[in-house]
Design a protein around this ligand. Structure first.
Ligand SMILES: [Zn+2]
Length: 379
């Protein structure tokens, strides 16, 4: 009885073992088949752009894989079709030097710089229009003139490609009879560029013709001041900070003093003209600003001791570079930054931006143009 039972049990066990083995074999065959198909599919989708001929071969071999590669040529066809609708030399994009502006009724005009892309486009004609001529009018050159208080949009469209345009959001404030010194800085904690979803820089704002980047007044070859902007001298903040800087220098054993500071528009015009007459315009543009483009007009700039290359590398210049940020100043045209600032190294020209900004800018090793990601080129 026992023997028969154990035999039956053994044959049952053998049967079970056999069925497991058969199952495993079927599974192995299935897996191998799946791997083979997957490999063929991958080969098919990788190769089409390089060698269309080999794609055709692999496709005919593996019937299942035909669907995947056929999808690829369709997606590549779409952009080429769109491209061919624009003849070569067409305008494909337009950007502005600013996209938001506030002005006072009765105040001066402003004019955004326009950059048509590509740079060598055949027809860069601009078409300007205002959504409300009563609020702000615009002429053919893009000069925006405030009318009455309100809000409107000024649009520039490419005459060559009307689907390409850019807009300035214009706010006209009620008239202002007294010139107030605008708030100078809105210190942040890190460098940032506010860009909206449609690629518009929201951190550049023009108020009464004065450009502010992240709240900091920006004056360079790209961003001018209106001829009428005249704080009448150094701003009180700048004056106070410069006094503190000179005292600290004296305590450390160095003598710092102002050689020149504020210059109004007409003074800068006369100075620049004299340099052009003496050295030619190209040379003058490397060390002197065109009227309206001089930071000295801000009332936040001082040329210390003596403005000349012989001041570079003096003990005073070294102390100034190491400590100016503690008092809210930056070396505005640092060494080897001419490609960004548009000016040669000037160890003597300091700009007041407030302690928080100055420490960030000087600490970054960047010049202001790099730090705020703006250009400095004459239009
Ligand atoms: Zn200067």
């Amino acid at each position: 009885m026992r023997v028969a039972k154990s035999r039956r049990r053994r044959s049952k066990q053998a049967e079970q073992l056999l069925s497991v083995l058969i199952l495993l074999a079927i599974l192995a065959v299935l897996i191998a088949g799946i791997i083979l198909i997957a490999e063929r599919l991958l080969e098919g989708s990788k190769s089409p752009p390089a060698e269309p001929m080999t794609v055709m071969e692999t496709q005919t071999e593996t019937v299942i894989s035909t669907e995947a590669p056929t999808e690829i040529p369709i997606t590549t066809e779409a952009p080429t079709e769109a491209e061919t609708t624009l003849p070569p030399g067409s305008v494909t994009g337009v950007t502005l030097s600013f996209y938001r502006a506030s002005m006072h009724a009765g105040g001066g005009s402003i004019m955004p710089l326009v950059f048509m892309e590509p740079e060598d486009a055949d027809n860069k004609t601009e078409i300007w229009e205002s959504s409300d001529e009563d609020v702000a009018s615009v002429d053919d050159a893009g000069t925006i003139t405030p009318g009455s208080a309100g809000h409107c949009t000024v649009r520039v469209t490419s005459a060559d490609n009307p689907s390409v345009f850019a807009e300035v959001d214009v706010t006209v404030l009620p008239p202002e009879d007294t010139i107030t010194t605008p708030a100078m800085s809105r210190p942040g904690t890190t460098t940032y560029t506010e860009v909206s979803a449609d690629g518009v820089r929201e951190d550049i704002e023009v108020i009464d013709g004065i450009t502010y980047v992240q709240g900091v007044m920006m004056v360079n070859k790209t961003y001018p001041l209106p001829a009428s902007y005249n704080p009448g001298g150094l701003t009180p903040e700048t004056q106070q900070a410069f006094r503190a800087l000179c005292v600290a220098a004296a305590v450390a054993g160095y003598s710092l003093f102002s050689h020149s500071d504020f210059r109004n528009y007409s003074r800068q015009a006369a100075l620049y003209d004299s340099y052009c007459a003496r050295d030619g315009q190209a040379a003058a543009d490397r060390f002197s600003a065109r009227p309206g483009h001089s930071e000295h007009q801000t009332g936040m700039v001082i040329d210390v001791n003596w403005p000349g290359d012989s001041f570079n590398d003096t003990a005073e210049a070294q102390w100034l570079e190491a400590h100016c940020a503690e008092y809210g100043f930056v070396i505005r045209f640092p060494r080897e930054k001419e490609e960004y600032t548009g000016y040669k190294y000037e160890s003597w020209h300091i700009r007041y931006v407030g302690v928080e900004w100055a420490e960030q800018i000087m600490g970054s090793g960047l010049c202001m143009e790099e730090f705020f990601n703006v250009k400095s080129v004459y239009p």
